[in-house]
Design a protein around this ligand. Structure first.
Ligand SMILES: [Zn+2]
Length: 191
């Protein structure tokens, strides 16, 4: 869990140019203030584009698994999240994070949605993941909690507004589909 969903941290400003080592200063570029290299021949611009982060709403043993980051206060739980590795698809990344953080084998059942996490300049790609195996939490987590759908519906994520939005959307989707896709009865003859 590399991402502190909902925890406000002032983003670090890039101070020096990674290309030439000169200072970066605020400069208007195409009408938008960017941090750009003062050495004109270098031309480096720090575009500061949002970073994608995957999040797993993890279903395990018929319940939803919430995790508490080791650095978070007691009672604050969220989803398993993490950055993508180079050449990884979001689906592969979310399955890897579930393995790393929970020791579980994951299968993506559905994409829940994408969410802008402006405080941290991230875009969260939320997935519904079915997990199996023996739970073994990684060093970045301190504890997990298993909730039924009904318990989840009434659970408060406190300041974690994005987590609340993801869970609310998932509960809505689940209500519509009634049964998880993975166990939905298949029509005869496979039609
Ligand atoms: Zn430069």
């Amino acid at each position: 869990m590399q991402n502190d969903s909902g925890i406000c941290i002032t983003p670090m400003l890039m101070t020096y140019c990674p290309q030439c080592g000169n200072k970066l200063e605020p400069m208007p570029i195409d009408g938008v203030e960017r941090r750009a290299c003062v050495f004109r021949e270098c031309g480096f611009v720090h575009w500061d584009n949002p970073v994608p982060v995957v999040a797993a709403l993890t279903e395990y043993q018929g319940k939803i698994l919430l995790a508490r980051n080791a650095r978070w206060p007691a009672g604050l739980f969220s989803l398993v999240t993490g950055y993508l590795e180079r050449n990884e698809t979001p689906k592969e990344a979310v399955v890897r994070e579930v393995k790393e953080e929970l020791g579980l084998d994951g299968e993506v059942l559905d994409f829940i949605g994408c969410y802008s996490f402006k405080k941290k300049n991230q875009v969260i790609l939320a997935h519904w993941v079915q997990a199996t195996g023996e739970l073994k939490i990684g060093t970045e987590l301190s504890e997990v909690k298993l909730l039924s759908q009904e318990e989840l519906r009434h659970w408060s994520f406190g300041p974690l507004t994005l987590t609340t939005a993801i869970v609310t959307q998932w509960l809505e989707n689940t209500k519509r589909t009634k049964v998880p896709r993975s166990i939905a009865p298949q029509p005869p003859n496979g039609i």
